[in-house]
Design a binder for this molecule. Structure first.
Ligand code: ADP
Ligand code: MG
Length: 268
């Protein structure tokens, strides 16, 4: 369903330029859940933004559902975007809108469905995330976990082939994480949705994924089923899975490794 070839992406000008992805290659199979895991700053969100067309790569190819999308113009990008839903950390719900209006938004924007049909479809989407009856609440009246589920209902509003998730369980308690995990699995299996999940929640990635891609500083250091990742004898992978501060991956970034990034941070 998705294939990226030799993707390169850097940010900034001239001597301040940082290369986040050098030569990134990956593929995500139809109907499967692929998780991209890695520490903060390893390039996970950058990959998602490239895939949804929010960023353009410096070079390389992005194939989605049989089409090379990396150089498409705005109009064509919005056509391709209708094939997928996104559940991103930012771009959460509109606080001034009810749950119903939030979930209906993509349908009102991108379809010619009449209002009655839209409201029925909103009910169906809410049913799928276990929140039927929440139609008239506002986001402020919902828990963090419920907000994520509404965001998920909105992500699937247009029956997408692909759903991209950026840190779907960030900031949630373990039970809510379990609920979101189960929903991602259900949607993937029942609706045949191809799912790409970016997360640093290793246990969650281990539970839900058909395939895991582990990133370190923009490079893939491991790739395979959760079982294969668990069996890896690469010390970096082991350290990551165990969440240990001691090992080949520095706990605190050293100046020599991340000079520019630190300078960048100290300016802020
Ligand atoms: P992750 O999601 O794994 O935490 P990101 O993809 O957000 O990592 O970021 C990877 C690196 O790219 C970081 O060093 C970050 O500062 C840099 N970066 C990401 N987006 C931008 C941007 N729009 N402009 C400049 N630097 C960026
Ligand atoms: Mg991120």
């Amino acid at each position: 369903m998705i294939r990226v070839n030799n993707l390169r992406k850097s940010f900034g000008e001239d001597d301040k330029r940082i290369t986040v992805l050098e030569d990134f290659n990956a593929h995500m199979e139809k109907g499967q859940i692929t998780s991209i895991i890695g520490g903060s700053g390893s390039g996970k969100s950058t990959i998602l933004k490239l895939l949804i067309g929010a960023y353009r790569p410096d070079s390389g190819e992005i194939w989605i559902d049989g089409e090379e999308v990396s150089q498409l113009k705005d109009e064509a990008i919005s056509r391709v975007r209708k094939k997928f839903g996104t559940m991103f950390q930012t771009g959460a719900l509109f606080n001034s809108l009810t749950v119903e209006d939030n979930v209906a938004l993509p349908m009102r924007e991108h379809t010619n469905l009449n209002e009655g049909t839209i409201l029925i479809m909103v009910k169906m989407k809410l049913e799928m995330v276990g929140l039927r009856g929440a139609e008239h609440l506002k986001p402020a009246q919902l828990s963090g976990g419920m907000i994520k589920r509404i965001a998920l209902a909105r992500a699937i509003a247009l029956d997408p082939k692909i759903v991209f998730y950026d840190e779907p369980s960030a900031g949630l308690d373990p039970i809510s994480i379990g609920v979101i995990d189960k929903l991602i699995i259900d949607l993937s299996k029942k609706m045949g949705i191809t799912s790409v999940v970016v997360t640093h929640e290793i246990p969650s990635a281990m539970r839900i994924s058909d395939k895991i891609i582990m990133l370190f500083k923009g490079e893939i250091i491991a790739e395979g089923t959760p079982e294969e990742i668990r069996k890896s004898d690469d010390p970096r992978v082991i350290q990551f899975i165990e969440g240990s501060p001691d090992g080949p991956i520095p706990f605190s970034k050293s100046l020599t490794d991340y000079g520019d990034e630190l300078k960048e941070m100290s300016r802020v």
